[in-house]
Design a protein around this ligand. Structure first.
Ligand SMILES: CC(=O)N[C@H](C=O)[C@@H](O)[C@H](O)[C@H](O)CO
Ligand SMILES: CC(=O)C(=O)O
Length: 347
């Protein structure tokens, strides 16, 4: 049964997975990171182990431990914690959701953090004891589903591993190569996946996004947009929130845009969006990826995020090595403004 939880709204930071200089996960800074998001950026929801969190580049046991740490540190401070549990192997994905409740196995695939809810009947117990508020899954991206029904069947199997946890489909066709339109997928999805609660839509196709919203307004789904530089257009189309990498350090600025939109001050909302776009465009031209996100967040928050996990990305050190100088060279906003997250200079 779908858990009638409070709807996920507003900004959701796609968390970075902090690492040491040697590429091991640096769990020790996650507590500080939670405080930074809440206190400095006004961001109270997180999306763990997704694209930005390098979820697919971590081992299963690392993903479990990362999720566990965020839940432990974020409990009582954050509103909602969604864990990305997508994997190519259905069993691994289910393991990330359920784990080995019986603890019979010592397998590294066991994942305790999201598992205990399976035994808990009431929503109150679940929220109090677990703290994970939802799971999200991308489409399998090697042997790909070739139509909507095949994809739904996969998602359904993962979702069924947690019959009380809200389930979100993470649509990111440019990275998965699975182009099945979200609007098609959503048609009748709750009949197949009773816990379905929303969509994280990381694509620029506003026709598809708009049709998702238009055709599902009655269901009260969360429509979370994932292209930060285009969020304003998605708000117009009915986005109920947003998940993104830039909300780690541009949360405060983006919240100002959301507030302007709420009070129907569209010209100021647009100024905020243009300011955010100028920043993102600047980084896109230098090459925007996980290394850049880690470098920017380290500079802005003062919390060391370390290098990315994939050696592939380590090879491109040009931005990271010069990140501070590059950011300081921005002429449309000052580095201090960026650090303070107010970016007033820009609007
Ligand atoms: C591909 C990717 O990582 N997309 C992120 C989330 O979906 C976004 O937050 C982007 O990082 C952001 O929109 C900048 O392009
Ligand atoms: C941006 C996002 O949602 C992710 O990193 O998964």
């Amino acid at each position: 049964m779908a858990s009638p939880k409070k709807k996920l709204q507003g900004l959701v930071a796609a968390t970075i997975t902090p690492m040491t200089e040697h590429g091991e996960i640096n769990f020790s800074v996650i507590g500080r990171y939670v405080d930074y998001l809440v206190e400095e950026q006004g961001v109270k929801n997180i999306f763990v182990n997704g694209t930005t969190g390098e979820g697919l580049s971590l081992s299963i046991s690392e993903r479990c431990r990362v999720a566990e740490e965020w839940v432990t540190e974020g409990r009582n401070k954050l509103d909602q914690i969604v864990i990305h549990v997508g994997a190519l192997s259905l069993k691994e994905s289910q393991g990330l959701v359920v784990g080995h409740v019986s603890k019979q196995s010592t397998s590294t695939e066991s994942c305790y953090v999201l598992s205990t809810m399976i035994d808990l009947n009431t929503r109150a117990q679940h929220a109090a004891k677990i703290g994970a508020d939802g799971i999200a899954v991308i489409a399998p991206f090697f042997l790909k589903p070739w139509n909507k029904d095949v994809l739904i069947n996969f998602l359904k199997e993962v979702a069924a591993a947690a019959p009380a946890l809200p389930f979100y489909y993470y649509h990111i066709p440019a990275l998965t190569g699975v182009k099945i339109r979200a609007e098609e997928l959503l048609d009748g999805i709750q009949d197949k996946i009773p816990t379905f609660q929303g969509l994280k839509f990381s694509d620029t196709d506003l026709l598809d996004f708009g049709q998702c919203v238009d055709q599902n307004r009655q269901q009260q789904f969360a429509f979370l947009f994932g292209v930060d530089e285009q969020l304003l257009s998605a708000l117009v189309m009915g986005a109920t929130g947003a998940v993104g990498s830039t909300y780690n350090y541009l949360g405060k600025k983006t919240n100002q845009m959301l507030e302007a939109f709420e009070r129907k001050d569209f010209s100021s909302a647009l100024s905020h969006q243009f300011c955010i776009q100028r920043f993102i465009n600047f980084v896109v031209k230098l090459g925007f990826g996980v290394s850049q996100t880690k470098a920017i967040m380290t500079l802005v928050s003062g919390i060391p995020m370390g290098p990315p996990r994939l050696p592939l990305q380590k090879a491109s050190r040009e931005f990271t090595d010069n990140a501070e100088a590059k950011l300081k060279s921005l002429d449309f906003l000052s580095f201090t403004d960026l650090k303070d997250g107010n970016l007033e200079a820009c609007s």
